[in-house]
Design a protein around this ligand. Structure first.
Ligand code: BTN
Length: 272
């Protein structure tokens, strides 16, 4: 890492990094200069690919989607906008927990690169020095009789100078903390492989084996928080961490309430 020139995203470098030639099951990699949304693209093309995995990356998005119907600012040039498909081996699994695992996978990769100020905010925001560095949007689609997850991740690597983003909690990028990756292709490959790894382990062992590690990165641990759903305040209390299935536990005078994954965000209680 360090302040370096950022190279273009390259399909061949990513395929090489993924070791596609040695893999029995190929990942189909697609790289575009511009798309409306990489999640949208995967959703539209997954049916043609049978049970093969798709990984789609764009240099910019015109209609980048965020959680809760928000927009994800996706200027051209030097961030990461990627989506990949995942077919859970069973629909009985606690699919919502996958969203926590993808955030954890990104944290592991960033930590391995020497970035220490990173944290998670339930369910899946990745923060650096308290500001949003990356967002994760998981959508699903039914193809024939199978449930397919479309996992979309946006990582702010280097925003154009003067670029403005509406964000309640503020945003950051790797460049402003002097951690610009020399090679986004390597970062994409490492992150994708880490996602595969955590999901494989999750399908075998469930979420509970990740719980302690996830909590060790919880940037809001023990803090007063409020839960907002669809713009409405739902609940206030203290963040007690997560349970074995990845639900957030919030304690108030009424006891401990379990908050399920979904359209919920978390904020510092005394912010207004
Ligand atoms: C969030 O609101 O925090 C989630 C943001 C997810 C953004 C990514 S960028 C790649 C993929 N394509 C989209 O349209 N959205 C996701």
């Amino acid at each position: 890492m360090g302040q370096k020139q950022i190279n273009k995203i390259s399909k061949s470098l990513i395929e090489l990094g993924l070791g596609n030639s040695e893999r029995k099951k190929k990942i189909n990699v697609f790289v575009f200069d511009e798309l409306d949304s990489t999640n949208q693209w995967v959703s539209e093309h997954i049916a043609e690919r049978g049970d093969q995995s798709l990984l789609c990356i764009a240099e910019s998005q015109t209609l980048g989607r965020g959680r809760s119907g928000r927009e994800w600012s996706s200027p051209a040039g030097s961030n990461i906008y990627m989506s990949f498909s995942c077919r859970p081996d069973t629909e009985r699994k606690n699919i919502a927990a996958i969203s926590l695992l993808i955030g954890l996978a990104l944290i592991r990769v960033l930590k391995a690169k020497g970035l220490n100020d990173v944290a998670l905010k339930w369910p899946n925001d990745v923060l650096v020095r308290g500001k949003k560095l990356a967002g994760i949007l998981i959508e699903s689609k039914r193809c024939a009789e199978h449930l397919i997850l479309i996992i979309g991740v946006g990582v702010n690597v280097k925003m154009p100078i003067g670029f403005k983003i509406e964000s309640e909690m503020g945003w950051s990028d790797l460049s402003s903390i002097d951690a610009t990756p020399a090679d986004r292709n390597a970062l994409i490959v490492q992150f994708y492989l880490e996602c595969e790894k955590v999901m494989r382990q999750f399908f075998e062992q469930g979420f509970s084996v990740f719980k302690q590690e996830w909590m060790s990165y919880d940037g809001f641990a023990g803090r007063d928080v409020k839960i907002i759903d669809q713009g409405e305040l739902q609940y206030c209390g203290m963040n007690m961490g997560i349970d074995d299935s990845g639900c957030l536990l919030v304690r108030s005078d009424e006891g401990v309430k379990k908050i399920f994954s979904g359209d919920v965000s978390l904020r510092i209680n005394n912010e207004d």
